[in-house]
Design a protein around this ligand. Structure first.
Ligand code: SAM
Ligand code: SF4
Length: 381
């Protein structure tokens, strides 16, 4: 089965107040260089290990490469080139592979973008979060809305024809009018793809501390639900298809890489905290960057844990994230047990509650179900 490759770049210019990703503040250039060398070494030594196996996992052709972070756009072009070369030397990368880089506003120049295009990066995904400068400060994003606008223009000028950006709804103090203004500006910019999230406040982040101390008040659930509804209506009217709970695309521009996660196709992850799924097992690397580098330098490997996953139940709740849902016959063929039989009572309950429906052989979330998706997924764990 054609697979994807994920590469994690754990460096950022500063730390956003809501972020709980595995990322460090970029301080010393030498640290990045050492990390990039470790990442390339991990890819090559995984390949050497696989070469000795009769049933190599790496025989799959690669259809997608995703440089995520952190802030991969902080890398120097030569560093990105070294990483992509390591991937191409290891895997059979399809000539029309989707190659995405996550970028932050104010971290790219026309020269850097031209170099990235040259080495095959053909999709950009960048974090706007909000076009409101007051809210950007609250999130400690380290850039303003004009930086996001000029990054978008720079990407277009550099020839990027597949651009996605992220927005977050439900920020403390955000009103419905603020959210509307964000959506209008996003639609006017005409990206090919948009990812829209509702703010999650993670324990241990500065934002969680601000909420605990009363300096920030989270918005209420009803307003968050209305924001979600407005976003679906506005983007659908503007010609975007909501193909996943948080993702919208113009026809043909769905993220091929992220779709692999939702359809349980193999994705090989490299770098600190990177997760992999090889069709049977899920495994992940160490979460600490310094430890990751030490471990790769010493042994060429930084695996932290490995688990065989319950494919049948994961296939349901990952597949349900997609709007088309889970094709019942195909999934029964792939995973053996008849899903409807195994989860008959849960499915009946959720259909009666108006959260699930079956349409043309697909089991899928209703519009209401998309809003309460976590409650639905809990029933399949
Ligand atoms: C993998 S992240 C990182 C991308 C990039 N480093 C950036 O921040 O611009 C992708 C997206 O997840 C979303 N995100 C991250 N933390 C979030 C949170 N606590 N609540 C909601 N969305 C979040 C943001 O929209 C972010 O752009
Ligand atoms: S730029 Fe992205 S990964 Fe980096 S701190 Fe901010 S949210 Fe986290």
């Amino acid at each position: 089965m054609a697979a994807g490759v994920y590469l994690h770049i754990p460096f950022c210019k500063s730390r956003c107040s809501y972020c709980d990703f595995a990322t460090d503040v970029y301080r010393v250039a030498g640290v990045v260089e050492r990390y990039v060398n470790a990442l390339c070494r991990e890819i090559h030594s995984a390949a050497a290990h696989e070469a000795g196996q009769a049933d190599s996992r790496f025989q799959d052709g690669i259809e997608t490469i995703y440089l995520g972070g952190g802030t991969p756009s902080l890398l120097e072009p030569d560093q990105t080139k070294a990483i992509l070369s390591a991937v191409r030397e290891t895997f059979d990368v399809s000539p029309d592979a989707e190659i995405t880089m996550e970028m932050n506003p104010a971290t790219v120049t026309p020269e850097k973008l031209a170099a990235l295009r040259e080495m095959g990066v053909n999709r950009a995904s960048f974090g706007v979060q909000t076009f409101n400068d007051r809210d950007l400060k609250l999130l400690a994003r380290g850039h303003d809305a004009n930086d996001a606008r000029s990054t978008f223009k720079m990407l277009r000028d550099a020839g990027f024809a597949n651009i996605s950006f992220d927005l977050i709804a439900g920020l403390p103090g955000q009103s419905m009018d603020d959210w509307k203004a964000n959506l209008e500006e996003a639609v006017a910019m005409q990206p090919e793809h948009l990812s829209l999230y509702l703010l999650e406040i993670h324990e241990g982040t500065p934002l969680a501390e601000q909420v605990r101390s009363g300096r920030r008040t989270p918005i209420d659930e009803e307003l968050a639900a209305e924001m979600y509804e407005l976003m679906v209506d506005r983007l659908t009217a503007a010609g975007y298809e909501q193909y996943e709970i948080s993702n919208f695309a113009r026809p043909g521009y769905e993220s091929r890489h992220n779709t692999k996660y939702w359809t349980l196709e193999p994705v090989y992850g490299f770098g600190v905290s990177a997760h992999s799924f090889d069709g049977k097992e899920r495994y992940a690397n160490i979460r600490d960057t310094a430890e990751y580098v030490r471990s790769i330098e010493a042994a060429g490997d930084a695996e932290d844990f490995r688990e065989r996953i319950a494919l049948a139940s994961e296939s349901i709740f990952l597949g349900l994230r997609l709007n088309k849902g889970v094709h019942l016959e195909e999934y029964s063929r792939r995973f053996g047990p008849d899903l409807v039989e195994e989860y008959r009572s849960e499915i009946r309950y959720l259909v009666d509650a108006g959260l699930l429906e079956t349409v043309d052989g697909y089991l899928r979330l209703t519009r209401k179900g998309r809003l309460f998706s976590n409650e639905v997924f809990e029933r399949f764990i």
